[in-house]
Design a protein around this ligand. Structure first.
Ligand code: GLC
Length: 742
C-alpha cells in the first residue's frame, strides 16, 4: 500500500482519537478488552508462575522448554529472577508472544534487597511502624531498580511457638502490633503503585500458618473461628486495608481444609467479607500438594479445588497449566472463573504500567545508583541498633566505657560475614559480601583494632573445646570480654523447625569458662528466634539479643555496646524458660483455675516442674537509663457507645542517660459474652527523654479498642468493666485503672 493511501485510511484518521480514547479506558475496561481477545490457553498462562532457573526456594521441577512456553503466552510470572539483565532477557521472550503480555517478576524481598535490614522479627522489636515503612521503602527502591515488580512480603503470620523456624519472618505474637507493622510494610513496599519504585506487596501466608502443631513447619492447623478471627486474621485485614496488591495462601490445612483449596478463607473472608480486589498466588507447589494433604486425588482435582476456592495464580505446581483447560472444556470450571482469576492478574500488570513499558523496571543505570546509595546503609544501621534488645545489664557494665583499653571479642560469630544477613536474604547477582559489616569490623571501626583481641573459642556447633584455652588467654589479657554466639542463620527460617531451641554446640560452656576469669562478660546472642539459655541468663551479667541484624550488623552492635545508641527495643515474642512451656504468650485466657504465682501449684493451671511465666515476656527490654510512670488519669470512668476516654500519664527519665521508652497500654475485658484475654495490647507510645525530663503521654480509648469478634463473628464492643494497665512490658505493669463501658 503506498503511504499516501495509508494516511487517508479512515482508521488512520481516527488513530489519534483512538489512542486518546484508549488512554481514557479504565483499567477494568482494558482488562476486559484484552480478555476478549485471549484464548483459553493464554488466560490460563497468566495463572501460571514458574521459578527462574537461577536459585530455588522450593522443590524444583525442571521444564523442557520454559522459554518456548513463555513465548507461547503460557507463563504469567517468574519468581527468583533478579537483576535488570536477567529480567530483561525473559521479558523480551514474553513480548514475542501473540498478545505481548509482559511477565510479572516476583521475589522474596523480605528484609531488604541488597542493603539487608534486620530479620523482620528483630525489626518488629523497634515497635516503630514508621521506621519499618522506611526500611521497606528502601527495599522497594533497590528491588524495583533490579527488575522486580513484586515482593512476597510482608509475612504477617502471628506466631506463639519459637520452635517454628519462620517466627524470624514475622512480627511476633500480638495482633495489634502485628497489624500496625503489616500495614506499614505494605505501604513501604508499594509506595505509589504505578511509579517505577513501587513494588506490589503480598500478605502471606493466608492463613494461620504460624499455628502449626508442634511448631513443625507445614504442619496441621486446627483452631476455632474465635481464635482465627481475633488473633490470626487481624494483620491480614490490616494489610488488605492498607491496599496490599496480592495475598499468598499457606501450605497448612486449616480445620481439615488446605488453605490453597479453602473457599472459606479465600472466597468468603478475603474476596467476600473483605472485598479484596487483588489476586491470590499459591505458595510454592501448594496446589499440587493438596494431593499429599489427601483432600484431592490428583492434579486435575487439585486444580479444580484451588481455582474454585479462589487461588488465582499457581506457583510452580503446574496444576493449572496441565488441567484447567480440560476442566473448562468438561464444564467443571466456568470460563468466568478463569476470566476472574486472569483478570485480577492482568489488572495488576496494567496498574504497574507494564503494558505501557514492559522494561520500566529494567534500567541498569538506576540499578547501579540504587544499589550504592549510602543513605540505605545509614538507615540499615539505625534500624539494626534499634532492633537490639538489652535483656540483662547487671552492675551496668554496659555501655562499655571509653576508658576500657583492651576488649576481648570472642566467639564463632565475631568474624562471620554473611551469617549476619539471616534467612531470606537476597543473593544479588554481581554483588559480593564486602558491603556487609561484620561484628569484628564494626568494633574495629568504633574502637580501633589496637584495643581489640580476638579468639574464635569454638564453632557454632560441635563438641570441640580445643579453642577454649586461647579464648581464656585472650580474655585474661583484656579489661572486658564480649562474646558473640548463637544459631547458624539457616537454623531458623523456612523448613527450619527445632524441637530443642537451645544454643548449639559448646557455646554455653565457652561463656561459662569465660565467666570464671572474673572479667566483665557481655554476651551477644545471634538467632532468628527466641532461644532457651537458662545458664547464661542466670550467670552472665550482660546479655544483648542481636538477632540477625543485616548488612550493618557490626556498626549497629558497636553503637549499642559503646552507648552511642541507648538500646530501646522491646520483645514481640515471648521467650520461654523451657521448651515445655510452649506455646507461651502474654494474651492468654484466665481459665477457671488461674495460676497467678509459681509458689502455689495447688489445683490451678500450672506445672509441677516448671514456671508458668516466660523468661523474658512480650514487651520486655531494658535501657541504659530508667523510667518512672506516674499521674495516670482518665477524663471519665464511663464510656458510652461511640464515646472516648482520654488517658494521660507522666513518664520521667530517672536515669543518667537519654533514652527511649515504649509505654504500653493493655486492656482487660473482665466479663464478656466470650472469655477474653487477661490483657491485650491496645496502644503504645515511644517517648525519648533526656535525663530528668518528663513527658505526658496521652491515649484514647474508643470502642475500636474494646471490640472483638464474638461468637457470631460480629466485631463489636460489649458493655462491662475493663481494667486498664500501663506497662513497661506485659508483666511490668506500672499503673492501673478501670472504667465501665455502658
Ligand atoms: C516458599 C515460602 C514463601 C515464598 C515462596 C517463594 O516456599 O513459603 O513464603 O514466598 O516459597 O519463594
Amino acid at each position: 500500500m503506498n503511504l499516501k493511501r495509508l494516511f487517508f485510511q479512515p482508521a488512520f484518521l481516527f488513530l489519534p482519537l483512538f489512542s486518546a480514547f484508549s488512554q481514557q479506558l479504565t483499567v477494568d475496561q482494558k482488562v476486559a478488552d484484552l480478555l476478549s481477545r485471549m484464548t483459553l490457553e493464554e488466560k490460563i498462562g497468566q495463572m501460571n508462575q514458574y521459578n527462574d532457573d537461577w536459585i530455588a526456594t522450593g522443590p524444583v521441577t525442571l521444564d523442557a522448554d520454559k522459554a518456548g512456553q513463555i513465548r507461547n503466552g503460557q507463563v504469567g510470572s517468574l519468581l527468583n529472577c533478579v537483576g535488570t539483565a536477567r529480567t530483561r532477557k525473559w521479558q523480551e521472550e514474553a513480548l514475542k508472544s501473540r498478545l505481548k503480555i509482559p511477565l510479572l517478576f516476583g521475589q522474596d524481598v523480605i528484609h531488604g534487597y541488597k542493603t539487608t535490614f534486620p530479620i523482620p522479627l528483630a525489626e518488629s522489636c523497634t515497635w516503630d511502624p514508621e521506621l519499618l515503612k522506611k526500611s521497606a521503602r528502601v527495599a522497594a527502591v533497590e528491588a524495583s531498580s533490579a527488575g522486580i515488580h513484586w515482593t512476597f512480603a510482608p509475612m504477617v503470620d502471628i506466631a506463639r511457638d519459637p520452635r517454628w523456624g519462620r517466627v524470624m519472618e514475622g512480627s511476633g505474637e500480638d495482633p495489634y502490633l502485628g497489624s500496625l507493622i503489616a500495614a506499614a510494610r505494605v505501604t513501604g513496599f508499594q509506595g505509589t503503585l504505578g511509579s517505577t519504585d513501587g513494588i506490589m506487596a503480598c500478605a502471606k501466608h493466608f492463613a494461620a500458618y504460624g499455628a502449626a502443631v508442634g511448631g513443625r513447619d507445614y504442619n496441621t492447623v486446627d483452631m476455632s473461628d474465635y481464635l482465627l478471627w481475633n488473633v490470626y486474621l487481624p494483620p491480614f485485614l490490616a494489610a488488605k486495608n492498607a491496599g496490599v496488591a496480592t495475598f499468598m495462601n499457606s501450605f497448612n490445612d486449616l480445620n481439615g481444609v488446605p488453605a490453597t483449596g479453602n473457599a472459606y478463607l479465600q472466597r468468603y473472608i478475603l474476596k467476600g467479607r473483605w472485598k479484596f480486589d487483588g489476586f491470590v498466588v499459591s505458595d510454592w507447589g501448594s496446589i499440587g500438594e493438596m494431593i499429599n494433604h489427601g483432600s484431592v486425588k490428583d492434579g486435575y482435582e487439585a486444580a479444580l479445588s484451588a481455582v474454585t476456592a479462589g487461588s488465582d495464580m499457581d506457583m510452580e505446581s503446574r496444576s493449572y497449566k496441565n488441567h484447567l483447560a480440560t476442566l473448562v472444556k468438561e464444564g467443571k470450571v466456568p470460563v468466568a472463573l478463569i476470566d476472574e482469576a486472569a483478570g485480577r492478574i492482568l489488572k495488576k500488570k496494567f496498574e504497574l504500567g507494564l503494558f505501557d513499558d514492559p522494561f520500566r523496571f529494567c534500567d541498569p543505570e538506576r540499578e547501579k545508583k540504587a544499589l550504592s546509595n549510602p543513605d540505605h546503609a545509614r538507615l540499615a544501621r539505625e534500624v539494626a541498633a534499634k532492633s537490639i534488645v538489652l535483656l540483662k545489664n547487671e552492675g551496668e557494665i554496659l555501655p562499655v566505657p571509653e576508658s576500657v583499653r583492651k576488649i576481648a571479642f570472642i566467639g564463632p560469630l565475631v568474624k562471620a560475614v554473611k551469617q549476619n544477613k539471616g534467612f531470606w536474604d537476597v543473593e544479588v547477582p554481581g554483588v559480593d559480601s564486602s558491603f556487609i559489616v561484620s561484628q569484628w569490623q564494626g568494633l574495629v571501626n568504633r574502637a580501633g583494632a589496637d584495643r581489640l583481641l580476638y579468639a574464635e573459642g569454638c564453632k557454632i556447633e560441635g563438641t570441640d573445646k580445643s579453642g577454649f584455652p586461647e579464648a581464656l588467654r585472650v580474655a585474661e589479657a583484656a579489661d572486658v570480654v564480649v562474646v558473640s554466639i548463637g544459631e547458624r542463620r539457616d537454623l531458623s527460617g523456612e523448613a527450619k523447625s527445632r524441637a530443642n531451641i537451645t544454643l548449639p554446640g559448646v557455646q554455653t560452656d565457652l561463656v561459662l569458662e569465660l565467666l570464671k576469669t572474673g572479667k566483665p562478660v557481655i554476651v551477644l546472642i545471634n538467632a532468628g528466634r527466641p532461644l532457651v539459655f537458662p545458664e547464661l541468663s542466670a550467670k552472665a551479667p550482660a546479655i544483648l539479643y542481636t538477632w540477625w541484624l543485616g548488612s550493618e550488623a557490626g556498626n549497629a552492635i558497636a553503637d549499642v555496646l559503646f552507648g552511642t545508641v541507648n538500646p530501646s527495643a522491646r520483645l514481640t515474642l515471648s521467650f520461654p524458660v523451657s521448651v515445655g512451656q510452649i506455646p507461651i504468650y502474654y494474651n492468654y485466657y484466665n481459665t477457671g483455675r488461674p495460676a497467678t504465682t509459681d509458689s502455689n501449684r495447688f489445683y490451678n493451671s500450672s506445672y509441677l516442674d516448671e514456671s508458668i511465666w516466660p523468661k523474658y515476656e512480650f514487651g520486655y527490654g531494658l535501657s541504659y537509663t530508667t523510667f518512672a510512670y506516674s499521674d495516670l488519669k482518665l477524663d471519665r470512668k464511663e464510656l458510652d457507645a461511640g464515646g472516648k476516654i482520654t488517658v494521660t500519664l507522666k513518664v520521667t527519665n530517672t536515669g543518667k542517660r537519654a533514652g527511649t521508652e515504649t509505654v504500653q497500654l493493655y486492656l482487660r475485658d473482665k466479663v464478656a459474652s466470650m472469655v477474653r484475654p487477661v490483657k491485650e495490647l491496645k496502644d503504645f507510645a515511644k517517648v525519648t527523654l533526656a535525663p530528668g525530663e518528663s513527658q505526658t503521654v496521652t491515649f484514647l480509648i474508643t470502642d475500636e479498642k474494646l471490640a472483638f469478634y464474638n461468637a457470631r463473628l460480629e466485631f463489636a464492643a460489649e458493655p462491662g468493666e475493663f481494667d486498664l494497665m500501663i506497662g513497661a512490658s506485659s508483666r511490668d505493669i506500672r499503673l492501673k485503672e478501670s472504667f465501665t463501658r455502658n
